[in-house]
Each structure stands twice: as C-alpha cells, then as structure tokens.
Design a protein around this ligand. Sequence first.
Ligand code: MN
Length: 136
Amino acid sequence: MNTTENTNTIFPKGEKLSPEYFTGMASLYPLVPKDETGTFTAGSVSFEPGARTNWHTHPLGQILLVIDGKGYYQEKGKPAKVITKGDVVMIPSHVEHWHGAAKASSMTHIAITNIGKQGPVDWLAPVSEEDYLSVQ
Ligand code: MN
C-alpha cells in the first residue's frame, strides 16, 4: 500500500515520458486510444514533484482534468495558475503553455487531446529552472 500523500489512486502511473519533452519524472497511462474518428486521445499523466512538460502548443487544444495533487498551468506571458484535484483546464488551440507538478507536490491529470491533420502537439523548449521556481 502506498501511503504517500497526493498519490494517484485511480489509474496506474504507466510508462515514463521522454526527457526530450518532460523535465523530471512524468509518466503516461493511456486511457482512450484514437477511435475510428481519430479526433482525440485521453490518458492519465502523473508528475512527480518538480516534474513538468516542456513549453508546447496543441493545434486543436487540450483539456486537463486534475485528479490528484497540486501543480501549475501557465500560458506564455501570463501568471501561472495553481491547479489542484478537481480543476478543469481548457487550453485553446495554438496557445503556448506548460503544465506540471509543484516543487513540493505530485500532480496527476487526465489529458484529453484533440487531434487534427497537424497532430496532437508541437513541442518547444523546456521550462527553465528559474522560470519554474519563480511560480512556486
Ligand atoms: Mn498541453
């Protein structure tokens, strides 16, 4: 039994995500593969404390359903928003952003990502340690 606070108890953590696109320990448990419409996927993404995505955009947007812990969502040029269990984040198309755990807490969200001809995501640079620490 895992007694760590803020541990996701709904879905398994899944497989570690690539350090090319994620800083720290982030993992994906796929929930819904592309169906015959090919228009979206859904998965549970778990971030250990300090872990986050690179900056990135979604050609057709993304929805995050936070199911555990505490973290941040930040759009380029705007203050970061604290996100905690129960929050829903709607990310517009082509808006540069990142999401991840807080320095002192893990965070898990379900990501529903729309998929068009341009694919689900365009990856950009990592979130620098300075930028990440400044939002805590
Ligand atoms: Mn995103």
